[in-house]
Unconditional design. Structure first.
Length: 438
């Protein structure tokens, strides 16, 4: 076993897991046949030596739902309180959204049929881009077929060799991948550390004028917010542009749900608003919103737009209804935030470490992978489903359970989930009380 020590010793879970790590099956620098690692991984999975599969292969038989029927790795189906979905407002199943998507399905069919350039865009795509730019109060916006592709496409279109992309250490993988594809220099500052960001900016040579600071608005594995007021101020002082990926902030954070930039009062100062349509909006895709010239440039140079088939029209139709709800601030944000407060209060009172969440994401720090997997497994057995998060999403010693709260959970369901989480945390010695495993 290669991970750090935990308070739990002698459990089957502990000894059976964690003999192999994510890194053990990466490409090996050309030393072996490309498929050799596939055999090694298959072997480890067969022997249950590789625990990092988390929710992979778990079947959700209900779709996005606060209580879902889930079929586990053991083939058994059980109802579970769903704390692992990013459809925070459950707009995926909102009647207006579903009705609009159904009507568009009949009218337009289920696929776009072409990339945007080759007539993949319908009037619904166009209307959705208009709705998004109205919501963000920008001149224009551009839809991407995935959120991942939005980040990769925007960064790799705007930046190139000689430029610099400056990242928060906790940024999403797609932001890092966009930087790598751009072949710009990549700098990283410690998570939300503004002194660290300023240090990076101060050391840039004057000759390096192409500077992009990119940050998650809400950090996906922490649930906390980037201090965008300070980031924007530093950017202005050092001549950098600012891009915010507000995948988990849109529809939830800020006085009217316009996201993290609204929470910090800096919407106009953010140069590029990127957000995902796959999380609170409950659909699929991503977008970038900003000036008309920026969007015009991206339509031609963002390869994940130019070379990738447009979103299906029914998704756009559903999202148009979502933005009507967002504009009216009637999408369920207040209900979500009150459910999150209920869960946080219970977990904090029980003694868990939950970081500084200010969104629908509540992380529960575990710090030991064996414990993490044991925790998630036991929660699931007791009818609560949550995500495990570890390397490469976060450092191993910062591994955590991530709860994503859904607004449509009842108070009773949430209270049941909190009871289970607290009892299981005690069993595993994560918080005070008797450890069943000691
Ligand atoms: N950015 C962040 C912060 C995310 O959490 C995600 C989704 N995990 C993405 C980008 C990618 O978005 P999508 O899943 O819509 O492709």
């Amino acid at each position: 076993m290669r991970t750090g020590q935990s308070a739990v010793t002698g459990t089957d879970e502990r000894t059976a897991m964690n003999n192999s790590l994510f890194e053990d099956f990466l490409p090996d620098g050309g030393k072996s046949d490309l498929f050799a690692k596939l055999d090694c991984l298959a072997h480890a999975l067969q022997e249950e030596r590789h625990a990092g599969v988390g929710g992979l292969g778990i079947l959700n038989l209900s779709g996005a739902s606060p209580v879902a029927n889930l079929q586990g790795h053991d083939g058994k189906t059980r109802p579970a309180i769903m704390l692992g979905s990013n459809s925070y407002l459950n707009l995926t199943k909102h009647p207006n959204v579903v009705a609009a998507a159904r009507a568009a399905l009949d009218a337009y069919g289920y696929g776009a049929g072409a990339v945007s350039l080759y007539a993949g865009i319908t009037d619904l795509h166009h209307a959705l881009e208009t709705a998004i730019s109205r919501f963000y109060r920008t001149e224009a916006s551009i839809l991407f077929p995935s959120g991942y592709g939005a980040n990769v496409g925007v960064i790799s279109a705007l930046c190139g060799p000689g430029d610099v992309v400056i990242n928060d250490a906790a940024n999403h993988a797609s932001i890092l991948d966009g930087g790598v594809l751009s072949r710009a220099e990549i700098k990283v500052y410690p998570h939300n550390n503004m002194e660290g960001l300023e240090r990076v900016l101060r050391r840039l040579p004057d000759s390096q004028a192409g500077r992009l600071i990119v940050t998650d608005g809400v950090f996906s594995m922490h649930g906390d917010l980037a201090p965008l007021d300070r980031i924007v101020a530093l950017a202005r002082r050092y001549g950098a542009r600012v891009m915010v990926d507000d995948a988990h902030g849109i529809g939830i954070v800020g006085p009217t749900g316009r996201g993290t930039a609204e929470a910090f009062g800096v919407m106009p100062e953010v140069d590029i608003h990127v957000a995902m349509l796959s999380k609170a909006p409950g659909g699929l895709g991503g977008f970038a919103a900003g000036s008309a010239k920026l969007v015009q440039y991206l339509r031609l140079y963002a390869r994940t737009y130019f070379f990738s088939t447009a979103l299906p029209a029914p998704v756009c139709a559903g999202l148009l209804e979502v933005f009507k709800l967002f504009e009216a601030d009637e999408a369920g944000r207040a209900q979500l935030l009150s459910r999150v407060a209920e869960l946080k209060a219970r977990l904090l009172a029980a003694g868990f470490r939950i970081g500084h969440s200010a969104s629908g994401i509540v992380p529960l720090l575990v710090g030991d992978e064996a414990l993490l997997y044991a925790f998630q497994k036991r929660l699931f057995e007791k009818g609560v489903y949550a995500n495990t998060v570890t390397y490469p999403a976060v450092r191993r010693r910062e591994c955590r359970i991530r709860f994503c709260v859904m607004a449509t959970l009842s108070s009773e369901e949430l209270a049941y989930a909190a009871d289970v989480i607290i009892a299981t945390g005690r069993e595993l010695g994560l918080i005070g009380g008797q450890s069943a495993c000691a």
